[in-house]
Design a protein around this ligand. Structure first.
Ligand SMILES: Cc1cc2nc3c(=O)[nH]c(=O)nc-3n(C[C@H](O)[C@H](O)[C@H](O)COP(=O)(O)O)c2cc1C
Length: 364
């Protein structure tokens, strides 16, 4: 059905198309039984327990799609195993001026500079408090620093702290987004010293109120000069030292190498983070590196260019226990979830593996 709807959606500006999609999500959330009957559930061979949480599928929704946690009635019905809602920030934000999202159809990619638009930690916490989701569905809450260049250093840590205080009681998992390419000041938290200060505060708050909630950190992809192993390893060591329970890799990239989209169009679009198919190779590389450097000691969530079962399976064999998608859903529609589930089972059969957990890290 998405094949019929897509040409209409693609006539709209991407942000309007996303708004139409979210309207459908809210409608679907009101009738989860209908959605479940349409999309069915994944094979039991795709189920895993990670962080003592039950994931019935390794496939989840990437951050940014459901920034305000409005679709938790629908995402489980599509068959997804989890959703990362947010990024949520301490203060509500309108984000950057529009237009701020662009489709690159030739590259099956998007460029966005949304600028962390969201309703703010208090409002999203209120919605999560009122929302029920199935016990076999996992909700990760992704938080970021409020998009305000005036909030820096200690104030930035305090800003994260406010979000943790509001949202931690309502999260199955907490993800710290320290890699948003659209806010230079937020990204500075990838720096080991800043990360250390941030994690000291976040982990102290967690110890006091919800010490069972695993904290994950979302990282940037390798830059134009390739993967800086030393820098990544340093950040990873700081995180593991603070008890970080896993990594999400990767966020979008600011680089524009090897795109089919003409340079003139890219110039007209201006700055923003690139997502989708052109990100896949870098995200593959990052997951493999993280798996090797952590010795597989913590689960990894792979994200970036997951738009087929093959892409998902490759990322899992490189070390991801779970994968997420955003741009893949824009180009393929909700049927992508079922296609990935079916394709993953075929991959397991081909490789003589019983369950998806057996595939994690085989090619790292
Ligand atoms: C329009 C848009 C908005 C996004 N917003 C966020 C966000 O708020 N927080 C975040 O951590 N990642 C955000 N992302 C990044 C995605 O979560 C993901 O890391 C990235 O898009 C790569 O995955 P994909 O190739 O499947 O899209 C956003 C991506 C897009 C396309």
């Amino acid at each position: 059905m998405y094949r019929l709807v897509r040409p209409l959606l693609f006539r709209l500006d991407p942000e309007r198309a996303h708004g139409a999609g979210m309207l459908a999500v809210r409608l679907g959330s009101a009738a989860p039984g209908v959605v479940r009957a349409m999309y069915g559930g994944p094979s039991a061979r795709l189920a895993q327990t990670l962080w003592e949480l039950p994931f019935r599928s390794p496939l989840g929704l990437a951050a940014g799609f459901d920034k305000n946690a409005e679709g938790l009635g629908l995402w489980p019905g599509l068959g997804l195993g989890f959703a990362e809602v947010g990024s949520v920030t301490a203060c509500a934000s309108e984000g950057n001026p529009k237009p701020r999202a662009f489709r690159l159809n030739e590259d099956r990619a998007l460029i966005n500079r949304m600028g962390l638009n969201n309703e703010g930690a208090e409002a999203v916490a209120r919605r999560l408090r009122r929302t029920d989701w199935p016990a076999e569905f996992v909700v990760a809450v992704n938080i970021a620093k409020t998009h305000d260049p005036g909030i820096l250093g200690d104030a930035g840590v305090e800003d994260f702290h406010t979000s943790v205080r509001h949202l931690l009681p309502h999260a199955d998992l907490l993800v710290l987004n320290v890699s948003c390419p659209n806010t230079a000041e937020g990204k500075t938290f990838e720096d080991p010293e800043a990360l250390d200060a941030l994690l000291t505060t976040v982990m102290a708050e967690r110890a006091g109120q919800a010490s069972h909630v695993p904290v994950l950190v979302k990282l940037s992809p390798p830059g134009p000069d390739g993967l800086d192993a030393e820098a990544v390893n340093e950040s990873v060591a700081v995180c593991l030292g603070h008890g970080v329970a896993g990594f999400v890799a990767t966020n979008t990239t600011s680089d524009r190498d090897n795109l089919t989209t003409p340079a003139s169009r890219l110039d007209a679009i201006g700055r923003g983070g690139l997502s989708g198919a052109p990100l896949a190779a870098r995200a593959d590389q990052m997951i493999r590196h993280l798996y090797t450097t952590t010795g597989g000691s913590v689960p990894l969530i792979g994200v970036g260019g997951i738009d087929s079962a093959e892409a998902a399976y490759r990322r899992i064999r490189l070390g991801a226990s779970l994968v997420e998608t955003y741009t893949g859903l824009v180009y393929e529609g909700p049927g992508l979830v079922r296609r990935i589930h079916r394709g993953l089972v075929k991959c397991l059969d081909r490789d003589g593996l019983d369950s998806i957990a057996d595939a994690v890290g085989l090619d790292a």
